[in-house]
Design a protein around this ligand. Structure first.
Ligand code: AMP
Length: 459
């Protein structure tokens, strides 16, 4: 018996038999890694993308634990979107085919509330849903979670991106602390560590093997002596590499604004961030860059310090850093999480001494710039576009209301919604650029929480 055989696990015979009838012959890597810990009742953090078999990993965990005779909600799965919740529910139903009378209920925003109340009155063993709607049921006391023994946070990073942190915290408060908690996430931003601290007990962390940063950052150095040369080098590099997210470092505030303005003049989706902007402008620039609707952010080191943005495709040093530590810190913002990153540094003859302090081999630093042909190519549009809604926390708007307002009839699919950020008096939501007009129309025609809000595209 190999360690990837499902029979090596202590599963209920009915569950095991059904797996072979589903054609699941051996465990996928995430299942083999996580199932022993899940079945022994431990809290687990797993790195699982869609397609890895993570649903069956937590699904078998919750079905093994379930007492079908006790007709009450014993398991809850929180998902970022309705599409994912539907997928999870159907996989759970397939895994549970051999258990009679098991009831899996989905509770998602964008669907009418009334029928959900009816279904809840009939009872369910497992609830799968999106945070906003589940919290609404808890507030209205149409759902009770006092008998839940296992909580699953699926695609936790996406739920946090969509602004569901507070909502998730409120849901967790209603679940007994004796529960088992499983968290799956494709990435591990700091916020995942925060939520793991609050919601999980001594979790077993199953990480994908770490990749060394040095191996994944490709550095280039380009000699540019005049201001004009520097600017056209920047345009060439952006035009050639077509990054979805690039951070350009300048050494002064006024340079960041000039460079961003000039890039925007040439059609790049670029913004500056520096200390002279007011808080709202700063927040807006950060939100648009981190939600993928602006692809170039031009910053000083100080302004970039608070930036919590992962997985940049590219870092460009428009001005070379003053010392080695700053340089390493700048370029370390790309090539994370096993991805490949590109770091380009522009320098002048007078700045070659700075390269020495970076421990760079001076005989090998003048990389050729991309061909000028790239300047004639169309500039890549960001995949996402930001909608700004003139309503926020003060108007009691929550991420779930915005998801609900965008999806459903004549709306857009939940997986076309990106980050949602709700501030005091306004909210920002990123949607796929190709569907932005549909999204705008839907949210303008429909009310959010019974009220009409002004919505516009930020461009
Ligand atoms: P998921 O990553 O959970 O979305 O699952 C991806 C697909 O793999 C689903 O269609 C599952 O039905 C299928 N699957 C999950 N586990 C196994 C397994 N051990 N063997 C074969 N297929 C599997």
């Amino acid at each position: 018996m190999s360690s990837t055989d499902f029979s090596s696990l202590n599963l209920k015979p009915d569950l095991l038999k059904n797996l072979s009838s589903l054609g699941y012959e051996s465990m996928t890597p995430i299942q083999a890694l996580s199932l022993p810990a899940i079945l022994s009742g431990e809290d687990v953090i797993g790195q699982g993308k869609t397609g890895s078999g993570k649903t069956a990993a937590f699904g078998l965990g919750l079905l093994q634990k379930l007492d079908v005779k006790a007709f009450r909600v014993q398991s809850i799965v929180l998902c970022p979107t309705r599409e994912l919740a539907d997928q999870v529910a159907s996989e759970l139903r397939r895994l549970a085919r051999s258990i009679h009378n098991i009831k899996v209920l989905t509770l998602c925003g964008g669907a009418p509330f009334g029928p959900q109340i009816g279904s809840l009155e009939h009872g369910a063993h497992i609830v799968v849903g999106t945070p906003g709607r589940i919290e609404e049921h808890l507030r209205k006391a149409t759902l009770k979670l006092e008998f839940v023994t296992i909580l699953i946070l699926d695609e936790a990073d996406r739920m946090l991106d969509m602004g569901f942190q507070d909502t998730i915290d409120k849901i967790i408060e209603k679940i007994p602390s004796s529960r088992q908690t499983l968290l799956f996430s494709a990435t591990y931003p700091d916020e995942i560590a925060d939520i793991a601290c609050r919601a999980l007990k001594n979790p077993t962390i199953l990480e994908a093997p770490a990749v060394h940063e040095e191996d994944t950052i490709k550095q280039y150095f380009h000699l540019t002596n005049t201001d004009d040369e520097r600017m056209s080098a920047l345009r060439l590099l952006l035009a050639k590499h077509k990054p979805e997210s690039a951070l350009v470092f300048c050494n002064t505030k006024s340079d960041t604004q000039d460079v961003a303005d000039e890039l925007a003049h040439y059609g790049f989706y670029a913004l500056a961030i520096h200390g002279d902007l007011d808080q709202r402008e700063r927040d807006q620039a950060l939100i648009r860059f981190s939600n993928g609707s602006v692809s170039v952010l031009v910053a000083t080191d100080v302004a970039a310090r608070g930036l919590d943005i992962k997985d940049l495709d590219m870092v460009i040093n428009f001005n070379i850093a003053h010392d080695a530590e700053v340089h390493v810190h700048r370029i370390g913002r790309t090539g994370r999480a096993g991805k490949h990153g590109v770091a380009c540094t522009l320098f002048s003859d007078r700045e070659t001494h700075k390269l020495e302090t970076l421990d760079i081999d001076l005989s090998n630093v003048n990389d050729p710039l991309p061909s000028a042909i790239y300047l004639d190519k169309p500039i890549k549009k960001p995949v996402m576009t930001t909608l700004k809604i003139d309503g926020g926390k003060k108007q009691k708007l929550r991420p779930g209301d915005i998801v609900g307002g965008l999806t459903g009839k004549d709306g857009i699919p939940g997986d076309k919604i990106g980050k949602i950020s709700v501030a005091g008096n306004w909210s920002y939501v990123a949607v796929s650029s190709e569907l932005v007009k549909t999204a705008l129309k839907k949210i303008q025609n429909d009310k959010l929480k019974g009220k009409t809000f002004r919505v516009r595209i930020l461009s």
